[in-house]
Design a protein around this ligand. Sequence first.
Ligand SMILES: *[C@@H]1O[C@H](CO)[C@@H](O)[C@H](O)[C@H]1NC(C)=O
Ligand SMILES: *[C@@H]1O[C@H](CO)[C@@H](O)[C@H](O)[C@H]1NC(C)=O
Ligand SMILES: *[C@@H]1O[C@H](CO)[C@@H](O)[C@H](O)[C@H]1NC(C)=O
Ligand SMILES: *[C@@H]1O[C@H](CO)[C@@H](O)[C@H](O)[C@H]1NC(C)=O
Ligand SMILES: *[C@@H]1O[C@H](CO)[C@@H](O)[C@H](O)[C@H]1NC(C)=O
Ligand SMILES: *[C@@H]1O[C@H](CO)[C@@H](O)[C@H](O)[C@H]1NC(C)=O
Ligand SMILES: *[C@@H]1O[C@H](CO)[C@@H](O)[C@H](O)[C@H]1NC(C)=O
Length: 458
Amino acid sequence: MVSFKRIPNICITTYISVFLTFTSLVSAVPLTVGDKDSTCAAAKVVADGIWNYYEGLKYGGVVGMFAPPNYWWNAGEAFGGLVDYYTFCDPNNDTLKDLIFNGMYHQAGENYNYVPSNQSMTEGNDDQGVWGMGIMQAAERNFTNPEDHSWISLTQAIFNTMNARWDTSHCNGGLRWQIFTWNSGYNYKNSIANGCLFHLAARLARYTGNSTVYLDVAEKVWDWMDEVGFLTEEDNGNFRIFDGANVETNCTDVTQLRWSYTYGIFMAGCAYLYNFTGDTKWQTRANEIVEASLSYFFQNKIMTETTCAPFNKCNNDQRSFRSLFARCLGLTTLLMPETESVIAPYLEASSAAAAQSCSGGSDGVTCGENWAANGWDGVYGLGEQTSALEVLMSLIVQEPLSVKTGGSNKTDFDAGTKAKDAINKNEIVVTGKDRAGAAVLTAVVLAVILGGAIWMIF
Ligand SMILES: *[C@@H]1O[C@H](CO)[C@@H](O)[C@H](O)[C@H]1NC(C)=O
Ligand SMILES: *[C@@H]1O[C@H](CO)[C@@H](O)[C@H](O)[C@H]1NC(C)=O
Ligand SMILES: *[C@@H]1O[C@H](CO)[C@@H](O)[C@H](O)[C@H]1NC(C)=O
Ligand SMILES: *[C@@H]1O[C@H](CO)[C@@H](O)[C@H](O)[C@H]1NC(C)=O
Ligand SMILES: *[C@@H]1O[C@H](CO)[C@@H](O)[C@H](O)[C@H]1NC(C)=O
Ligand SMILES: *[C@@H]1O[C@H](CO)[C@@H](O)[C@H](O)[C@H]1NC(C)=O
Ligand SMILES: *[C@@H]1O[C@H](CO)[C@@H](O)[C@H](O)[C@H]1NC(C)=O
């Protein structure tokens, strides 16, 4: 993803001018909030739109990938939402099931840890972690398991390989943003990568009922985030989670940007931990993040990516963040039922706003970015579709399973730690050709980052 995460998307205006020339055929996706059938009917229209970006059905396309400018991580993000859609709304649709199953399993990679070698040019810890959230979603939904590798064991492999990269050489700990040394961003440690590790630890603890490693890791990540000041509580009680910092400064130059999905990932992680342990420390933390999220990422109860959207500065990655944010808000309402009455009005208002924004494009049902706009705002893409889908799913979210409640017990606590997984430790073997390519890519990325740096200071 991620090397490109902070680069403004200069193409948005182009999309707008091209697409305004289409006339809308249908007014919007109808939605009656509170009615499950209506929610699923709306979700079907939105989910069908997601497949328009899918490469896996195209001649020569790779199964499990979505069309550029979407990166590999966006696929993991999309499949997590599609698993929910299939489970809640269309569980007898074998065509849909096969599409999701094949896409998710094909990208597991040679070592079944979601570090496929042909993503080594761009894959970061957060990319693997977001795939981990999608695969965990499959486990918790009892989605048809692969014969040889259950979804839960695949998630454990993702967790183990990420945790093995914990790096104490700078900043007294933390995961780096990137996995591979040649990727721009290797010297940056950030909240989303560490948040993914925290989040997976929390869900694996609850799912497996085994607290041995998972609880310790969750504690370790939270305490480290606090120590380096990526998490901070302002005097006015406003809880904040910032973007990250560079290892060269020992993580003291904290970039104070806030993103919705980071809040969601930590919030739901705390909710899982509280639900599993009953430790009120996690309850307090979850509530603080809920409160901060509702005040920062909503305007008139409508969800918005506050750091970039009001300025039309969201890049392709950022335009998808609300999908994971919405998913995590929905999960939190279930795992901490006392938050339901607080969060639900925001999800309901956002769902209604999202549905009415799905009225654009040549099909008349393409979703927009700014849900507060009257109708479609002219922006379209996979991120707009997945964000709309997930906010709808958050209204009808179902309890995540665990081994105790009937989820698969095919766990593998050592998954991903076997010897051949040198890839875990940034030791992937690269050919000369790849290395040259990576150097060029790094140079290009650096150039773009420098060119786009102005944007960071807006
Ligand atoms: C089943 O899923 C496919 C793929 O998403 C979709 O095209 C089709 O309309 C669905 N079938 C029904 C009956 O909803
Ligand atoms: C890797 O890339 C090749 C060529 O694009 C593709 O055929 C293959 O499916 C990819 N493998 C994975 C695991 O994505
Ligand atoms: C680097 O940062 C960590 C985390 O804040 C801190 O514990 C450590 O003392 C710092 N090291 C130096 C040399 O400043
Ligand atoms: C834990 O989550 C379940 C739903 O998965 C919920 O029914 C239960 O009330 C939660 N427990 C606590 C202590 O909040
Ligand atoms: C999970 O899926 C398996 C296989 O399809 C099925 O036998 C089992 O009943 C399901 N469990 C739950 C709790 O839905
Ligand atoms: C795992 O689940 C299967 C049924 O899905 C059951 O037969 C088996 O006894 C379980 N194993 C353990 C160790 O609980
Ligand atoms: C719990 O997890 C630890 C380490 O991850 C593992 O060694 C142990 O076998 C697990 N215990 C059970 C009962 O599964």
